[in-house]
Design a protein around this ligand. Structure first.
Ligand code: PMV
Length: 338
């Protein structure tokens, strides 16, 4: 009983930070994103009577392998809970072995958990014959969210997606805004540091309410996802830029002022924020957005991609770049990793 899945990371425009409910992982408001074509997780899960215990191994782009344990943190425990949930729903009580490879560094603000959890849930459910829950993408998005990550739940649909605010498990689902070929944008991820972040997003969501700025974020948020959705539908790059940059800085202000402070920016992050703003003044259509890490996602229309990439590579703080177009959502695939 074996299945494999391929899922993309995504970059959020209106970000998810803090939760309405920490058990159901419900976001405080609707959050949206674009899938990344080149930042992928490929995961194989097998259930068998010959396995004595569950074993999950992850390998990232540096080639380093890590065996995950249920008490490694909320995201790891979410993987083990997913196996239990799949066994419970299918009434098949077999232990599992899982192997996952990523095309990018783990825990550096490139949503490794989004790609990883999404592929893992789809492969686990599929391996145990729960294909209905995988084929129904809204239902899959609920299951992926329950595994511990709203950003992962946004990777269940193709292209540009949103995970809707809901007061309960049923209401909070992912919907597509635009297909992958709906708008030719690129996300060039400028990596200024690949080292693992000190405060995981799982912890950060619990710290958000300790920031004195969180009340302001809650007041500002409600209509933002709707405005951003409209900007995507209108292919309005200026509004997309304005709303995304504002939301990034708003979220990071909350992060920096939580207790303890989740300060993800590095000197290179600040250098790139200034660089992107000055390129825009030169007439290059481009904006920045930053998740829970120091690396800067630089978004531009496809027509400006090579110019932006060239400029990024000439910045002293950029170690390397990862170039993405808009990607599809999770897929069940035939290529098994073992
Ligand atoms: O889904 P999580 O728990 O990995 O949290 C994602 C948090 C951010 O990346 C900072 C924002 C987002 O919406 O992706």
């Amino acid at each position: 009983m074996k299945a494999s899945a391929l899922a993309p990371a995504n970059i959020a425009f209106i970000k998810y930070w803090g939760r309405l409910d920490h058990d159901l992982f419900l976001p405080l408001s609707t959050t949206n994103s674009m899938n990344l074509s080149a930042c992928l997780a490929h995961t194989t899960v097998e259930f068998s009577s010959s396995f004595a215990q569950d074993e999950i191994v992850v390998r990232d782009s540096s080639g380093s392998e890590k065996r995950l344990l249920a008490d490694d943190g909320e995201k790891s425990s979410g993987l083990f809970c997913t196996l239990d949930r799949a066994r419970q729903l299918s009434e098949i009580d077999l232990k599992a072995r899982a192997y996952s490879t990523l095309t990018f560094p783990i825990s550096a603000g490139i949503a490794s958990s989004a790609a990883g959890l999404c592929a893992f849930v789809a492969a686990s459910f599929s391996a145990l014959g729960l294909s209905q829950k995988v084929d129904d993408r809204e239902e899959l998005s609920r299951e992926v969210r329950l595994s511990g990550s709203v950003s992962a739940a946004r990777s269940t649909h193709d292209g540009f997606t949103e995970h809707l605010f809901g007061e309960n498990h049923q209401q909070a689902v992912t919907r597509q805004i635009l297909s992958a070929n709906g708008w030719d944008l690129v996300d060039i991820v400028a990596v200024v540091s690949s080292s693992e972040k000190k405060i995981s997003s799982a912890l950060g969501h619990r710290l958000a309410d300790t920031s004195p700025l969180m009340e302001g974020r809650k007041r500002y948020l409600p209509d933002k996802a709707e405005q951003l959705r409209e900007a995507l539908l209108q292919r309005d790059f200026d509004t997309l830029s304005l709303l995304s940059e504002q939301d990034t800085l708003n979220m990071h202000a909350v992060m920096m002022t939580s207790r303890p402070s989740a300060l993800y920016f590095q000197p290179g992050t600040i250098e790139l924020i200034h660089a992107v703003k000055s390129w825009r003044e030169d007439g290059v259509p481009v904006f920045f957005t930053i998740d829970a890490g120091p690396n800067v996602h630089v978004i531009a229309p496809q027509a400006s991609a090579s110019e932006v990439s060239k400029r990024l590579k000439s910045c002293a703080s950029v170690e390397f770049v990862l170039e993405n177009t808009v990607g599809d959502g999770v897929r069940i695939i035939d290529e098994h990793l073992f």
